[in-house]
Design a protein around this ligand. Structure first.
Ligand SMILES: Cc1cc2nc3c(=O)[nH]c(=O)nc-3n(C[C@H](O)[C@H](O)[C@H](O)COP(=O)(O)OP(=O)(O)OC[C@H]3O[C@@H](n4cnc5c(N)ncnc54)[C@H](O)[C@@H]3O)c2cc1C
Length: 392
C-alpha cells in the first residue's frame, strides 16, 4: 500500500482542526499539511448536535478564534451561527481545500527510527484503508464518541411506549408540542434544552440526581456591543476577549480562595431570579464548591424565566379550578405525586417507564437522556426522593 507524506497531519475539521490549520499556515507557511475528517462536513460539534436551542455556554469572544473577530450581536451564541463562523474561517483562508472528508483515522504508530508517524484511515463507505505518514500528528478529534453518545441502560425502558431521545442524535421528526417531557440530567445540555422545550411542550421536568451551579449572564454583552460600535472590529474584539479571559481567571481564583463567598453570590443570583419562596437549597445548591465542577451558564436567565412562567401559569390554573395542591415551590414530583406515579396495573399498555429500584412507574410521552458528560448517571431513586426544578 502506498502512503502519502505531509509534514503535519491534523485529525478533525471542527473548531480546533480549522484553528490549527490557520495557525499552521500563518506560522509555518513552508510546511505541508492535510486535515483528515471522518464525516462529510466541517464544524464537528456544531454540525453534529441539532437539538432545540443548541448554543454555546461560554461567550464567543473567548471561545472564538483570536484571529477572527466574533461580530454577531449575541455573545452566547446559537449553534448554527457558530457553525457558520467555523465554516467561514475555513473558506476565507483556504483551509477547506486541505480537508479530506470521509477519512476516519483508525491507527497511528510512531517510528523512532524514521522519526515519523504512520496513520491509517478508512476512506468512504467501502472503508478502504489509506495510509499517511507525517512528522507531526495534531489530534483535533474532540472528546466524545461521535457514533453514539453515552446512553445508560434503564431497565424497563423497553416497556416505555414514548420516545427516548439522546441530544446527540436529535430526530428531525420529533414533535413534542403539548407533550409531557422529562429531561434527565442538569448539566449544560439540560439547562439549554429545558427552556426551549418548555415553550411548546405540555410539561417539562428536569430530573437531576444532584444540583449544578447555574449562573445567568446576558446573551448580548452591552459593553462589548458599545465598543464594537465605536472601535475597529479587531481592536474591540481583542479588548473584549482579554477582559473576558481576565474576568474568567479572576472568578475562578476567587472561587478557589473564597468558595463560601462565591457560593453565596451564585445562590443569591438564583434567589433574585426565582424569588425568596423557591426551594433553592434543594434544587440549586450543589454539594460541592463553585468550580469544583463546571458551572452552567444560562443566557438572560432563560431557565429561571421558564420556571417562573410555569409557576405563574400553574397558579393561574389552580385559582380557576379552586384547587389547592401544594405551594408549588418544590419539584413536580413533590407537587402531584398521585398524578405522576401510579400502580403498575393502571399503566399497562401506556407510555410507561420504570424506575428500577423503586419499581415506580411514570407516565411520559418523551424522555430525553442527557448523559453526555454524566457517564455515571443512573435513575435509581424512588420517585418521592427525586429532586429537581420542574414545570407544571
Ligand atoms: C452542545 C455543546 C455545547 C458546547 N459549548 C461549549 C462552549 O460554550 N464552550 C466551550 O469551550 N466548549 C463547548 N463545548 C465543547 C465543544 O465540543 C468544544 O468547545 C469545541 O467545539 C470542540 O471542538 P473540536 O474541534 O476540538 O472538537 P469537535 O467539535 O468534537 O470536532 C472534532 C472533529 O473531529 C472529527 N473526528 C473525530 N474522530 C475522528 C477520527 N478518528 N478520524 C477523523 N475525524 C475524526 C469529528 O468528525 C469532528 O469533525 C460544547 C459541546 C457541546 C456538545
Amino acid at each position: 500500500m502506498t502512503s502519502e507524506h505531509v509534514d503535519v497531519l491534523i485529525v478533525g475539521a471542527g473548531l480546533s482542526g480549522i484553528g490549527a490549520g490557520y495557525h499552521l499556515q500563518q506560522k509555518c507557511p513552508g510546511k505541508s499539511y492535510a486535515i483528515l475528517e471522518g464525516r462529510d462536513c466541517i464544524g464537528g460539534t456544531w454540525d453534529l448536535f441539532r437539538y432545540p436551542g443548541i448554543r454555546s455556554d461560554s461567550d464567543m469572544f473567548t471561545l472564538g478564534y483570536s484571529f477572527k473577530p466574533w461580530t454577531e450581536p449575541k455573545a452566547i451564541a446559537d449553534g448554527p451561527r457558530i457553525l457558520n463562523y467555523v465554516r467561514e474561517t475555513a473558506a476565507d483562508n483556504g483551509i477547506d481545500k486541505k480537508i479530506r472528508f470521509h477519512h476516519r483515522v483508525k491507527r497511528a504508530s510512531w517510528s523512532t527510527q524514521d522519526a515519523r508517524w504512520t496513520v491509517e484511515a478508512e476512506r468512504g463507505g467501502a472503508a478502504e484503508i489509506v495510509r499517511f505518514t507525517c512528522s507531526f500528528l495534531f489530534m483535533c478529534s474532540g472528546y466524545y464518541k461521535y457514533e453514539e453518545g453515552y446512553t445508560p441502560q434503564f431497565s424497563g425502558s423497553e416497556d416505555f411506549a414514548g420516545r427516548i431521545v439522546h441530544p446527540q442524535k436529535w430526530p428531525e421528526d420529533i414533535d413534542y408540542a403539548g407533550k409531557r417531557v422529562v429531561v434527565i440530567g442538569s448539566g449544560a445540555t439540560a439547562v439549554t434544552l429545558v427552556p426551549e422545550l418548555a415553550r411548546t411542550a405540555g410539561h417539562v421536568t428536569m430530573l437531576q440526581r444532584s444540583p449544578t451551579y447555574v449562573v445567568s449572564r446576558p446573551a448580548q454583552d452591552p459593553v462589548a456591543n458599545k465598543l464594537r460600535a465605536r472601535l475597529p472590529a479587531k481592536l474591540a474584539y481583542h479588548l473584549i476577549r482579554w477582559r473576558n479571559v481576565l474576568w474568567g481567571m479572576f472568578f475562578f481564583q476567587l472561587s478557589r480562595r473564597r468558595p463560601a463567598r462565591v457560593k453565596q453570590l451564585i445562590l443569591g443570583g438564583v434567589r433574585m431570579a426565582l424569588g425568596p419562596d423557591y426551594d433553592i437549597a434543594t434544587h440549586f445548591t450543589p454539594r460541592y464548591n463553585p468550580w469544583d465542577q463546571r458551572l452552567c451558564l444560562v443566557p438572560d436567565g432563560d431557565l429561571f424565566t421558564a420556571i417562573r412562567q410555569r409557576a405563574r401559569s400553574r397558579h393561574h390554573r389552580h385559582r380557576h379550578r379552586s384547587q389547592s395542591a401544594g405551594d408549588g415551590r418544590h419539584g413536580s414530583q413533590c407537587r402531584r405525586p398521585r398524578n405522576r406515579f401510579r400502580a403498575d396495573a393502571e399503566l399497562q399498555g401506556h407510555d410507561v417507564f420504570r424506575y428500577p429500584q423503586s419499581g415506580g412507574l411514570v407516565r411520559l410521552h418523551q424522555c430525553v437522556v442527557d448523559a453526555e458528560m454524566r457517564p455515571d448517571l443512573r435513575i435509581c431513586l424512588p420517585p418521592d426522593q427525586l429532586h429537581g426544578p420542574a414545570w407544571l
